[in-house]
Write a protein that binds this ligand. Structure first.
Ligand code: PEP
Ligand code: MN
Length: 646
């Protein structure tokens, strides 16, 4: 702190000031100017500055360091991500690149009401369920909440939909009963923000806490309350702006969105926004929910009720489920603009399998690996090549569908084409690797694309007039097709072409597809080696969800020798050059460096890199993690997609 002394300060007053500061472990420097003299006191500010202000000879005291430490950015420069697991083996992260939505009624009123609300909000994409069981009401005559019974209904509803539950704690005495019902997140309400005894007890408990801003609290007071939680032993603190009291009466409170960028610079803690209690009227809430996200909030918490007219508390601000659904859809469109994604809850652990998946699961008890296309596709071949007998291929409609099935736990693995030696990168899948952040690459396989001409029995090269295949298959064999004067018909996949030709059973029609399609569709192999370029390879990566029971681990025993990672660089001259230097120092040879635009951030790029891990490295995972720690000084947003054997 800086102590400005009065012009007429006496030597004995000065001595007195200095000795008090020394007793508090400050180092002191005296600076004499023409106009005034100041004392610069350096040390941890663990005292009330007013003790110095009242000393004789002191004109003014200016604190430099902040009174909160653990909550400050200086103490921890990187953002804190609070992890909240659900009952589907998934982890909801508040403070990362995903926006979270917490929704549910103000108060738990009945079992049915909670189940209806949970069904509605989870269908729209909420990732946590809220509901108060102990309500701090302004009037003692208002509904006070169902108490313990409310906790039970809240948790039951949350469990059914895979939603961790958030509820307010009004007194530390309720900790045991709330623990009993497995409350996932403890909300400290605005009225209790400065209940320091409660904060200390909650800090010791170590469960995630949502700390709401007090009705009249400054940002500094709010952070001091967070400091109580942090200094009591927890690091799982989420700040929640819910509006403050101002002279304005048109809204219930005034939502202080400016607090978000201010907090971002002052603290590493995640920040969410509750527009419901700020606005107080349902129709005014949606725009402010979006504004909060646009201003940089990590998520929102809103009140939703299936029958707001009958709500026992905060009825006027309860959103109809349709209004919440609209907020979620708007947030989905807004997210890429600010470089974020929406957090999702995955489908239940035991999803309802369709008949063929069911049959596969029960007959073989094998892992399932989704691939895009139909039986006979090259991707299916890749599944056989990589897994041998260890996984059953499952058809998927699209690449996106594979990613979704893996995230939802419907299949354990996905086979994803990433690059073709002649056609180049499959960009859609590079983008999918950023969109689905809970995915890891656990292996890779390259297969040779060998096209064959397949036709019904009796057909010869001379009887054929038309060839059916995917446009890529047709392009790869264009010389052969031209030399025979065949016409071409596009199909959605090479296997679909084979199926069509088989159905037609016409000796003037042939398909270009892999040899396996001859077996599957009862066709004859009419010709081979028909590609323009025989060096036609496709590289696939195998993906798995990070939250599968054993984690996304390779099925291969061999020591990993490859890693795939993504990063972005600072916007300055030589940033990529410097970053690549770190790869060189770590002796990581790059097999591939691909750049893709970052959604919502024009002219900013992700770099994807496949690297070869030197064979003398004993522990490849550790080696890559150490490398990433060094890389952090040059690159940004680094994500390790996998360390695997290829
Ligand atoms: C609530 O979330 O139901 C609530 C009472 O909020 P606040 O503490 O912000 O008023
Ligand atoms: Mn409320």
């Amino acid at each position: 702190m800086v102590i400005v002394l009065k012009n007429d300060v006496s030597e004995s007053e000065k001595k007195n000031i200095k000795s008090l500061l020394k007793a508090k472990n400050f180092k002191i420097n005296e600076v004499k100017g023409d106009e005034s003299t100041i004392l610069a006191a350096v040390g941890r500010l663990a005292m009330d500055i007013r003790e110095v202000e009242v000393l004789p000879g002191v004109a003014k005291v200016v604190p430099i360091s902040k009174p909160y430490k653990l909550a400050s950015r200086e103490f921890k420069p990187e953002n804190t991500i609070v992890e909240i697991p659900n009952n589907r083996g998934q982890i909801i992260r508040v403070g990362g690149s995903r926006l979270v939505s917490i929704a549910g009624p103000c108060a738990v009123e009945s079992r049915q009401q909670m189940f209806d609300a949970a069904a509605a909000v989870s269908a729209s994409g909420a990732v946590m369920l809220r509901g108060g069981a102990f309500k701090p009401r302004t009037s003692p005559y208002s509904f006070q909440g169902l108490g313990e019974e409310g906790l039970k209904y809240l948790k039951e509803a949350g469990e059914k939909f895979g939603l961790p539950v958030v509820t307010e704690i009004v007194d530390a005495g309720y900790i045991p009963v709330m623990e009993n019902y497995g409350i996932d997140v403890y909300q400290v309400g605005a009225r209790n923000m400065q209940n320091f005894e409660l904060l200390k007890r909650l800090g010791k408990l170590g469960k995630p806490v949502i700390l709401k801003r007090g009705l009249c609290a400054t940002i500094q007071e709010w952070l001091m309350s967070a400091e109580y939680l942090l200094s009591s032993g927890t690091d799982k603190v989420i700040l929640c702006e819910r509006g403050i009291r101002t002279y304005e009466t048109a809204t219930r409170n005034t939502l202080d969105l400016s607090a978000i960028p201010v907090l971002r610079s002052l603290t590493h803690l995640p920040v969410i926004v509750d527009p419901s209690h700020a606005l107080g009227v349902r129709d005014k809430i949606p725009p402010m929910a979006l504004a909060a996200v646009a201003a940089g909030a990590d998520g929102i918490i809103v009140e939703v009720h299936c029958h707001p007219e009958t709500a026992l508390s905060d009825a006027a601000q309860a959103l109809y489920p349709e209004q919440f659904d609209k907020i979620m859809r708007d947030m989905e469109s807004l997210a890429p603009v600010i470089g974020k994604e929406i957090a999702h809850i995955r489908a239940e652990e035991k999803p309802e399998l369709n008949e063929s998946q069911n049959a596969l699961q029960s007959s073989a008890k094998k892992a399932l690996c989704a691939f895009s296309g139909k039986k006979g596709a090259y991707a299916e071949q890749a599944v056989f090549n990589y897994f041998d007998d260890a996984a059953e291929p499952v058809e998927a409609d699209s690449f996106d569908d594979i990613f979704q099935q893996v995230v939802d736990g419907k299949v354990q693995y996905g086979m994803i084409p990433i690059e073709n030696s002649t056609a180049g990168s499959v960009y859609n899948n590079y983008d999918n690797l950023t969109r689905y952040e809970d995915i890891s690459i656990i292996g890779a396989v390259t297969i040779r694309v060998e096209q064959r001409l397949l036709a019904p029995k009796g057909a010869t090269l001379q009887t054929i007039r038309h060839v059916y295949s995917h446009p890529q298959g047709l392009a790869q064999c264009s010389n052969f097709i031209r030399s025979h004067g065949y016409s071409t018909v596009d199909t959605v996949s090479t296997a679909t072409g084979a199926e069509l030709v088989s159905k037609k059973n016409d000796i003037s029609c042939a398909a270009i597809a892999s040899a396996r399609n001859a077996e599957i569709y009862g066709l004859e192999l009419l010709d081979q080696k028909i590609e323009n370029n025989p060096n036609n390879y496709t590289r696939f990566v195998i993906i798995a969800a990070n939250h599968t029971k054993n984690g996304a681990r390779s099925i291969r025993e061999q020591k990993p020798n490859r890693a795939t990672l993504m990063f972005s660089t600072k916007n300055e001259a030589g940033a990529l050059y410097d970053t690549l230097g770190v790869f060189k120092q770590a002796r990581l040879s790059m097999n591939r460096l691909e750049s893709r635009p970052i959604a919502g951030k024009p002219w900013k790029y992700w770099f994807y890199s496949d690297v070869v891990i030197p064979s003398d490295v004993k522990n490849p995972e550790k080696y890559i993690n150490d490398f990433i720690n060094v890389l952090k000084s040059n690159a940004q947003d680094i994500r390790l997609l996998g360390v695997y054997y290829e």
